[in-house]
Ligand binder design. Structure first.
Ligand SMILES: [Zn+2]
Length: 168
C-alpha cells in the first residue's frame, strides 16, 4: 500500500510479545484411579492403551484438557501464598507446638504445589510459563474452582478428582 507507514521492527516485536504473553498453551493431564487400592493420582503421561497399577488392576483414566499456563499461574501464586503463611507462622513462637504442626502442613502443601509445577513443566516440554499479568487482574479468566481454607486456589483440574470416577 502506498503511503502506509512501513511496519517498524519495534512495533512488530511489541505486538508479537503481547500475543505471546496472552497465548494459551493447551494440553492434557490425566487423573488415574485404582479401584482396588482406592488411590487417585494425576499424571502428565497420556497412555491411549491404558495402564495397570502395580497391584495388577487396570486403572480407570480421565483425560482432562487444561491450559498449562493457567495451571502454572495458579500454582505459582499458591506457592507465593504458602511462603507468606510460613513467614507469618514464624511470629507465633509462643504457641510453639501449634506453629510447628502448621509448619508441617504448609511444607506438605508447598511440596504438593512444587511437584505439580514440575509436572506441568515436563508435560509442556518446559514450554509453559505463567501469565505475566497481575494475578488479581487474571483471576476472573483463570479456571479457578475454589479457594480453600488457607487461601490457596484450586483449579478445575485439581478440584475433587474422585468425582471424575464412578466407584464400583
Ligand atoms: Zn492398585
Amino acid at each position: 500500500m502506498s503511503g502506509s507507514k512501513p511496519i517498524s521492527f519495534a512495533d512488530f516485536r511489541e505486538r508479537k510479545l503481547k500475543k505471546q504473553a496472552e497465548e494459551t498453551l493447551p494440553g492434557v493431564l490425566v487423573w488415574l484411579y485404582c479401584p482396588t487400592c482406592n488411590i487417585i493420582e494425576y499424571t502428565e503421561v497420556v497412555a491411549p492403551n491404558g495402564r495397570t497399577h502395580h497391584c495388577g488392576t487396570l486403572v480407570q483414566e480421565s483425560e482432562v484438557q487444561v491450559d498449562f499456563r493457567a495451571e502454572m499461574t495458579i500454582t505459582e501464586r499458591n506457592l507465593k501464598k504458602i511462603e507468606i503463611l510460613l513467614q507469618e507462622n514464624q511470629k507465633f513462637r509462643l504457641k510453639k507446638l501449634l506453629a510447628r504442626s502448621l509448619d508441617k502442613v504448609l511444607i506438605n502443601l508447598k511440596n504438593t504445589e512444587e511437584t505439580y509445577l514440575q509436572r506441568l513443566q515436563m508435560a509442556s516440554s518446559y514450554q509453559a510459563t505463567p501469565y505475566p499479568e497481575d494475578f488479581e487482574t487474571l483471576k476472573e479468566k483463570l479456571p479457578i474452582k475454589e479457594e480453600n481454607k488457607v487461601g490457596l486456589f484450586i483449579s478445575e483440574f485439581r478440584y475433587a478428582p474422585e468425582k471424575r470416577f464412578v466407584k464400583e
